[in-house]
Design a protein around this ligand. Structure first.
Ligand code: 5MM
Length: 357
């Protein structure tokens, strides 16, 4: 049961009922130690991943790839929800069965990316603000009618000697909070994704400082916009040294820095934290999530789970390469990465736990 304050003039008459439905979605997404499959790459991003492997960059290729993902046998043993892109939520299996029906039949909750992308932030070279608030209320209603039960919006924060600026953090936190409020109004659980990028030579300590600063601002704005914390999921970066930083901390050090940072900035009312992988290898992403769950068992107030795209999809994509004959082997690879991450939620993922030591 979630306590919600009494309705003010003009608010819907039964906020408790709405909160109950949102809570049911959150519960389904976190149940059974499962996690989320992010398969919401925009067309340019999906095409970029295809181009790197010589796969045709067509709507039919993207549909075939998403069909491969959604029809992977037993995917729902490890995956509770999947985040789709606008093109994908309207697509169907080759026999005409809508993807959203296949997901519902498999017990996978439908999610949808609703931002329209990170655009250059005026007056702030090298920084971006995520757009998509205009018309969002109507788009959310449309997605809910199609079967979506949760949504996602990603803000992108770059680090360098002078970045991020106060303006970049403030603009992105404000947009995330307004998006989250609109989602809850429409009955969709918002996934709030402020991603501090791995790109650069910054230290883990610097990533921790920036991540904490960003999260403080995001939760301040969520409060200002009256977003119900119990009915959202946070999708943050792990706290990592920059990709080109000379010193790369161990798996356990990353786990400790990440959870310590989150404990300082994320209210205990938030039910779950579903990490993005951000360009980490699949094995390291699993190992680091595993270490968090092992080392903070019983001490973290929120579930620590995953919402990976590349760290689940990439091994399967490398096998598939657009060839129909490779579908089953690619699906086995996908199934395996999904299962590894479910094990990591339980602190039972063993492979390569010391990969970065
Ligand atoms: C950070 O990206 C999200 C998680 O993916 P990784 O686990 O690979 O880091 C992901 O959901 C992301 O938002 C989409 O894949 C890319 O979306 P765009 O809008 O950049 O195409």
């Amino acid at each position: 049961m979630i306590y919600v304050s009494a309705p003010e003039h003009g608010e819907p008459s039964d906020p408790a009922m709405k909160a109950h439905a949102l809570h049911a979605t959150v519960t389904a997404l976190l149940a059974g130690d499962k996690g989320l499959l992010a398969m919401d790459e925009s067309t340019p991003t999906c095409n970029k991943r295809f181009a790197a492997l010589g796969i045709a960059q067509t709507e039919e290729s993207r549909r075939s790839w998403r069909e491969l993902l959604i029809t992977t046998p037993d995917l729902s043993n490890s995956i509770s929800g999947a985040i789709l892109y606008d093109e994908t939520i309207h697509q169907s299996r080759q026999d005409g069965t809508p993807f959203v029906k296949l997901m519902a039949d498999a017990g996978i909750v439908v999610g949808i990316k609703v931002d329209t992308g990170a655009k250059a932030l005026a007056g702030h070279p090298g920084e971006s603000v995520t757009e998509g608030l205009d018309g969002l209320r109507d788009r959310l209603t449309g997605y809910a009618a199609l079967g979506a039960r949760f949504a996602k919006w990603r803000a992108v924060i770059a680090i360098d000697a002078a970045l991020p600026s106060t303006a970049c953090i403030a603009a992105n936190a404000h947009a995330l909070a307004r998006y989250a409020a609109l989602c809850q109004e429409a009955g969709l659980v918002p996934i709030v994704e402020p991603e501090v990028l791995m790109t650069g030579d910054h230290t883990l300590q610097r990533c921790a400082e920036v991540t904490e600063q960003v999260l403080h601002e995001v939760f301040e704005q969520l409060h200002v916009q009256r977003v119900l914390l119990e009915a959202l999921l946070l999708k943050p970066n792990m706290v990592l040294p920059g990709l080109t930083c000379a010193h790369q901390e161990s798996v356990d050090e990353v786990a400790d820095a990440t959870v310590t940072t989150l404990l300082r900035a994320v209210p205990a009312a938030v039910p779950g934290i579903a990490f993005l992988s951000g360009g980490q290898s699949p094995e390291l992403a699993s190992a680091r999530l595993n270490a968090m769950n092992r080392r903070f068992k019983g001490r973290a107030p929120w579930a620590l789970t995953f919402s990976f795209a590349r760290a689940i999809q990439q091994p399967a994509l490398d096998i598939w390469r657009g060839e129909p004959g490779n579908v089953q082997q690619a699906q086995r690879a996908l199934q395996q990465r999904a299962a590894c991450n479910r094990a990591a939620r339980q602190g039972k993922y063993a492979d390569l736990a010391d990969a970065a030591d």
